[in-house]
Design a protein around this ligand. Structure first.
Ligand code: NAP
Length: 259
């Protein structure tokens, strides 16, 4: 399917690996020029070079931490006038409800709620002026059904979800859509690190920890970054202009909901 976005320009935050990289690659495959970002340079430069070679798009790279004011300023300057924003950052650490103090919450809110809000506030006005724009925020299945060990994520991402619910309806009259993609378990470094914690805690191997978790998913496997990226690119396409303020689960059926 022609997504109809060839020649557009996108900022994809936190995109040297995992789900962000899946989104960057799918957009590059649709002919979209990119600003790619991560804190580390090695994977970022390697993946940007690969995507340039494979898809012939223009890619600017920016190595900085998107959760810091300095990083946000750099990214916003580089991304002025983009047509598409994909917000993403690392997730907060797991723990128990009683572990976290105010500083832990502020850090999680900064990274997973206020950072995407900062990018939307900075980049939405130009999209609205042009009468076309797409925003996709990578959140988590934890906003539909809490993951007990990820209380910081449950809290911060639900706050972002509430903000998007109202804001998406305010910008829709200007041809701009905002939606959230809610990943369930995908085979990325983040999943490895969570599985590593379970393996250590239970005294089992990584393969056993993965197999245990896959068995809880109706699709009986983890998602791939390519599948995730394809869904993101569709939400950014010309065909998705009537999808507004939605929270779309990509979880192989893991979240047991009727609606
Ligand atoms: P990942 O495989 O660990 O990749 C994270 C990517 O983001 C890397 O490119 C990393 O590069 C970059 N990054 C992390 N923190 C950053 C920051 N502060 N500033 C700029 N770049 C940053 O993670 P993932 O699995 O793709 O997860 C992406 C998001 O989805 C996370 O918030 C995660 O919690 C959420 N999620 C993932 C799953 C899953 O199963 N994978 C499920 C639910 C939710 P550098 O380290 O070089 O910065």
């Amino acid at each position: 399917m022609d997504l109809g976005i060839k020649g557009k320009r996108a900022l994809v935050c936190a995109s040297s690996k995992g789900l962000g990289l899946g989104c960057a690659e799918a957009l590059a495959g649709a002919g979209v020029d990119l600003v790619m970002n991560a804190r580390g340079t090695d994977a970022l430069e390697a993946e940007a070079a690969r995507l340039r070679a494979e898809y012939g798009v223009t890619i600017q790279t920016l190595a900085c931490d998107v959760t810091t004011p300095d990083g946000q300023e750099q990214v916003i300057n580089a991304a002025q006038g983009v047509d598409i924003l994909v917000s993403n950052a690392g997730g907060p650490p797991p723990g128990l409800w009683s572990d976290w103090d105010r500083d832990d919450f502020i850090k999680a809110l900064d990274a997973n709620m206020l950072t995407p809000i900062t990018f939307m506030k900075a980049l939405l006005p130009a999209m609205m002026e042009k009468g076309w724009g797409r925003v996709v925020n990578i959140t988590s299945q934890s906003v539909r059904a809490p993951i007990p060990a990820l209380g910081l994520s449950n809290a911060a991402r639900t706050g972002l979800t509430g903000y998007v619910a109202g804001t998406s309806r305010q910008v829709a009259p200007h041809g701009v859509t905002i939606n959230n993609l809610l990943p369930g378990i995908h085979a990325t470094d983040r999943a490895d690190s969570l599985d590593g914690g379970v393996a250590a805690q239970k005294g089992i191997s990584m393969d056993e920890a993965r197999a245990e978790r896959a068995a809880t998913i109706p699709a009986r496997r983890y998602g791939t970054r390519q599948e995730f990226g394809a869904a993101c690119a569709f939400l950014c396409s010309q065909h998705a202009g009537f999808i507004v303020g939605q929270n779309i689960l990509l979880d192989g059926g893991a979240t047991n909901l009727t609606m």
